[in-house]
Design a protein around this ligand. Sequence first.
Ligand code: HEM
Length: 216
Amino acid sequence: MQKVYIYKKFERFWHWCQAALIFFLALTGFEIHDSFHLFGFEKAVAFHRSASYLLLGLIAFSIFWHFTTGEWKQYIPTFSKLQAQIRYYTIGMFKGEPHPTIKSVRKKLNPLQAVVYLGFKLVMAPMVILSGLLYMYYKSFDVNDMVVALNIPLEWIAVIHTLGAFLLISFVVVHVYMTTTGHTITTNIKAMITGWEELEDAEDITEEGKIKKSQS
Ligand code: HEM
């Protein structure tokens, strides 16, 4: 086992900001939806709007970062060992079997994570963001006959947005559970906070050459 610098500073900043913004958008969004009362409707709408702009800004920076660093390649889906990974999460890990794939700096995501995170980036996030923007600018689109041309009533946009919100929340719940399935319950969360993780793959050396031997 070796301690490897696996998550860079921006990656950690982006991950935790995105998590906080999604949580806050869900909180204010479901207040708008009238599921509960916390800030009051007007404030919830204003907060939801501001947080959505912050999320859009963060996503723009993260897209730039993923492409300039080549980190986007982590999300290329692979079907090799996908079945073994599903078997591990559903049966293997409860029997104490070893992980079927090895995590490394160049392969941070196992085959199941890669395909699910790609779905998050290509389906869930765009679904919520595009419907959210249509919702926000419906009046302007409407005046310019754009939504009318597409024939989408506002109610449908609200339903698609809320459905996307439910999908996103389900993703977060499963994601948080999955983070506890590392070497110990907190291994993965600690790694996303500090950047360092104990990995089995010794050939893992980051661009900065940050690799150090485990104390244990
Ligand atoms: C860029 C991202 C987003 C934008 C632009 C956006 C925009 C909006 C807008 C304009 C509304 C309607 C507010 C009003 O009635 O005046 C809304 C409602 C809502 N949003 Fe978002 N939103 C975004 C992200 C999210 C996220 C991430 C979630 C949850 C995970 C979420 C959950 C909701 C919910 C549940 C509603 C209430 C829907 C209804 O009952 O009509 N939104 N959003």
